[in-house]
Design a protein around this ligand. Structure first.
Ligand code: CTP
Length: 403
């Protein structure tokens, strides 16, 4: 989606097996529109060749501070001045230690030291064995580089090249791309705690059957991601969907409307923004069977009685904090027709300041959507675009209303 269009990234590789992932990372950065200048330490060249990185980045790779290709013979100055960010991936334990000391005896640490710290951020993607990761020296060094202004990204947990299992794996390339995109996003919701509901709910009839709807959760997940990128702390209460959790969001999985209502109730006291994108089932079977309902051979069909589910959004919108203006509530309306009229009526019924209407059948499961924003003053349209783009626009709009 060209999320990094116009960004020039210095991708630094220090020595570690995770160098093999740096090749894919380089590709993905370029796919997102970035230009990538690779700089490798001597140790990194033991794990992957500059030839590979040159072919993937389309630029000659730098490895020495004595590289005479630069007319002024100062690659550390030139490379660091033209970057929008320096990303060290993988960042070895040794490289972190070098950064803490401000070492300058090889090109990569030299250019990190020489970077204009106020305008060129330094992001580190650590990668190492779990014992090296948890060693007090490494943890101490990471704290030090963070204090010195570097952004230390997390690590993954799992199988390691050495055969051990634990913390210390480098984040996957797509996770690093997400981190970089998030890093560049304007922090319009910094300091906010955003609670999002997403996806359908599932109302059990018996242990193997239930009632649900076609919501995929994509819009809600995109909203959660955009909110986190905008600097908010995000809790995502998700019905049954098959989607990856947006990086950095706290996810609470639920099935039924009652479970969703309970989860929302426990997280609203700390929230400052509530965005209800979930397609909550309006009714649930009144008496779900605890055993599978069997055919009795006569052709008789079971009759189901329903009870209404609590209206989660309306309940939150009526809460003391919402009424006091401490919790900004946003509703969604999935309609099949007469969008403006239904969305306007629904906004009034739910007593929310902002209601976002969309045509359900045209968007369920799709990657794009079109939104109609309805507030007390009137309405405006966010024309058809990817859910990712719309989510960002919506978050900007909400942030402006929360200022
Ligand atoms: N919603 C909710 N709890 C419910 C039903 C809906 O929190 N039990 C929220 C949805 O998450 C959405 C908004 O209310 O933000 C509108 O949902 P929608 O299903 O479109 O509206 P309903 O209230 O169910 O009205 P109707 O079925 O008549 O269209």
């Amino acid at each position: 989606m060209n999320e990094l269009a116009g960004k020039h990234i210095v991708l630094g590789l220090s020595g570690g097996v995770a160098c093999y992932k740096a090749a894919d990372l380089c590709r993905q950065l370029i796919k997102e529109g970035a230009t990538v200048q690779v700089v490798m330490t001597e140790a990194a060249e033991q794990f992957i060749t500059p030839v590979t990185m040159q072919a993937l980045s389309g630029r000659t790779v730098y490895g020495s501070q004595w590289d005479s290709r630069e007319p002024n013979n100062m690659p550390h100055i030139n490379l660091s001045r033209e970057a929008h960010a320096i990303l060290i991936a993988p960042c070895s334990a040794d490289f972190v230690a070098r950064l803490t000391q401000g070492r300058a005896d090889e090109l990569l640490s030299l250019l990190c030291l020489a970077r204009p710290a106020a305008s060129v951020p330094l992001l580190l993607a650590p990668a190492m064995n779990r014992e090296m990761w948890s060693h007090p020296a490494t943890q101490r060094n990471l704290q030090q580089v963070a204090r010195d202004g570097a952004v230390v990204l997390g690590v993954g947990n799992g199988d390691q090249a050495c055969g051990e299992t634990g913390d210390g794996r480098m984040l996957e390339p797509h996770e690093l791309v997400d981190e970089l995109v998030a890093f560049f996003a304007p922090k319009v919701l910094a300091g906010h705690k955003v609670l999002v509901t997403a996806g359908p709910t599932f109302e059990a009839i018996d242990p193997v059957r239930g009632i649900t709807n076609l919501s995929s959760g994509k819009m809600g997940f995109a909203v959660a991601r955009a909110a986190r990128e905008a600097g908010a702390e995000v809790t995502l209460v998700a019905g049954p969907v098959h989607l990856d959790t947006p990086r950095g969001a706290r996810r609470v999985d639920v099935k039924s409307a009652l479970e969703m209502a309970a989860a929302v109730e426990s997280y609203t006291p700390e929230a400052t923004v509530f965005i209800a994108t979930a397609a909550v089932a309006d009714w649930r079977p009144a008496a779900p069977s605890d055993q599978k309902i069997k055919k009795d051979g006569t052709g008789a069909t079971p009759s189901l009685a329903f009870v209404e589910n609590p209206d989660i959004l309306a309940t939150v919108a009526r809460s003391e904090r919402a009424l006091a203006g401490q919790l900004f509530c946003v509703g969604f309306a999935a309609e099949s027709h007469d969008l403006l009229a239904h969305a306007t009526a629904k906004r009034a019924r739910k007593a929310v300041p902002l209601l976002v209407g969309n045509i359900g059948p045209a968007t369920f499961g799709q990657d794009d959507n079109a939104l109609l924003l309805v507030d007390a003053e009137g309405h405006c349209e966010l024309p058809r675009a990817s859910k990712r783009v719309l989510a960002r626009q919506l978050i900007e709009d909400i942030a402006a209303r929360c200022r």
